[in-house]
Design a protein around this ligand. Structure first.
Ligand SMILES: Cc1ncc(COP(=O)(O)O)c(C=O)c1O
Length: 456
């Protein structure tokens, strides 16, 4: 079939195991450090807030980690997700490029975040935990965890970054519908929240602050654990179902990607799509010339303008130290309409791959991103999440380059979620109110001045 649009697989093709890139790295990623001693942390340091199975996955160097059957059973609700060929977009751009996208907005909450939410809820239930606490920026992660908790009979407490709480009331309603308790962050409920509010009662919040609140709550209650929607190795691991499926679907299309593109907040949808391809390249199984591009907002440019250093994952400095590209844990990003990309750091594994020059990174302004998202919606019919618009903007740049050079390359990107709850952002764009934002060098330098000093 020459004009096929969708490459769809049956449920048996859901991967049996997650793919762990730590098995194939030419140089191991730097360890997570204890802030007090400067020494690598042990499992017991994390046991107060994570179940042991997830702690094991965090440090595992096994290439394949079996997906438990109860998790695969829930994945069947939406996995395998379809791979689309963006033929309407290709035609409109007049490009010789072949553009493909993996559509993770197909999941019930609307994004890739459900892939790890279900797994994390499962392992916590197995460990006898009664409640999970978490943060959410865009609301996609909070909705996913709320759904995952429902599946396994856990309570769910979500600290939602204040600016998103105000911009996206229906995301909050969805989380509540799934049974979660949602609080705007910073809140009066925690010492971390109260400290921020004391300094700035109108704080728009940030993922770093919301993480502090959720971790604090989990650390103080033995029945409550903490769940993170991105950044950590085990989260990226769970997302590898995306890339593994995409590999098979690209083969169904009789094609191979030359360029793989994903937007990056904490790095999980990007890694989920890209790492299986990077792994195959590292093992010498093809894809030698593949280019892998991470796309972030110029308003929160951790990979492109941050420093590769040990830093805290949260603002109140409750987490261990992660080696990552960071803008400083005190960084409060401007209130751009892309809640899921407003995080000060980048996943240590994504950062590590960047330093090994296995991936590239670019920053894109939000007006270009929304223009790309609107063009995509008008041509392909799917309304992308604002986060995914960053990937689409980069895809359009690549496709135009193919046109200029007169070469046909296959471009694969992750359409990480739909934007049905993001209409206030689209309304702002359509009425000309959205403005570009580049973070001033001086403010980045100020935030970075407070990076922790690591004992040696
Ligand atoms: C739809 C969507 N895409 C991307 C992201 C960014 O997160 P990550 O880099 O972990 O994929 C988010 C985060 O909330 C999201 O909701």
């Amino acid at each position: 079939m020459s004009e096929q649009i969708k490459y769809v697989m049956t449920e048996e093709r859901i991967p049996l195991a997650w793919y762990n890139i730590q098995a194939d790295l030419p140089v191991p990623a730097p360890p997570v450090l204890h802030p007090g001693t400067g020494k690598p942390i042990g499992p017991e340091d994390l046991a107060a807030i994570f179940p042991m199975k997830l702690i094991e996955q965090e440090v595992s160097t096994e290439r394949e980690i079996e997906i438990p059957e109860p998790v695969r059973e829930i994945y069947r609700q939406w996995r395998p997700t379809p791979l689309y060929r963006a033929r309407q977009l290709e035609r409109a751009l007049g490009t010789p490029a072949r553009i493909y996208y993996k559509y993770e907005g197909y999941s019930p909450p609307g994004s890739h975040k459900a892939n790890t939410a279900v797994a994390q809820a499962y392992y916590n239930k197995q460990a006898g935990i009664k409640r999970l606490s978490t943060e959410t920026g865009a609301g996609q992660w909070g909705s996913s965890l709320a759904m995952g908790c429902q599946h396994f009979g856990l309570e769910c407490k979500v600290y939602m970054v204040r600016v998103s709480f105000d911009q996206k009331p229906y995301r909050k309603a969805l989380m509540q519908t799934y049974g979660a308790e949602v609080t705007a962050s910073p809140s009066e409920e925690t010492a971390a929240g109260r400290a921020v509010l004391a300094q700035n009662p109108n704080s728009p919040g940030s993922l770093g602050i919301a993480i502090s609140e959720a971790v604090e709550v989990a650390a103080q209650d033995k029945d409550t654990n903490y769940a993170l929607g991105s950044v950590l190795n085990h989260v990226l691991l769970h997302q590898s179902v995306i890339g593994q499926e995409a590999m098979e679907q690209m083969a169904m299309a009789g094609d191979q990607p030359d360029v793989v593109i994903g937007c990056t907040g904490g790095g999980s949808n990007f890694a989920g799509l890209a790492f299986p391809f990077v792994g195959a390249k590292l093992r010498g199984e093809g894809y030698e010339k593949i280019r892998v591009v991470a796309v972030e907002p110029t308003a929160c440019p951790s990979l492109t303008r941050g420093q590769y250093a040990y830093d805290f994952g949260d603002t109140a400095r409750l987490t261990p130290l992660l080696k990552m590209h960071t803008l400083g844990s005190e960084f409060i990003p401007p209130a751009i309409h892309t809640g899921g990309l407003r995080y000060h750091g980048m996943a240590p594994l994504v950062s590590h791959l960047r330093t090994l020059e296995l991936i590239e990174a670019i920053g894109v302004q939000q007006v270009e991103c929304f223009a790309a998202g609107v063009q995509f919606a008008r041509l392909e019919g799917i309304l992308p999440a604002p986060e995914a618009n960053h990937a689409i903007a980069a895809v359009i740049r690549e496709a135009n380059r193919c046109k200029e050079e007169g070469v046909s390359r296959a471009i694969l990107f992750n359409l990480s979620g739909h934007g049905h709850f993001d209409m206030s952002a689209y309304t702002a764009y359509l009425s000309g109110q959205l403005k570009d934002y580049e973070y001033p060098e001086q403010e980045i330098a100020m935030a970075l001045a407070h990076l922790p000093v690591v004992a040696s």
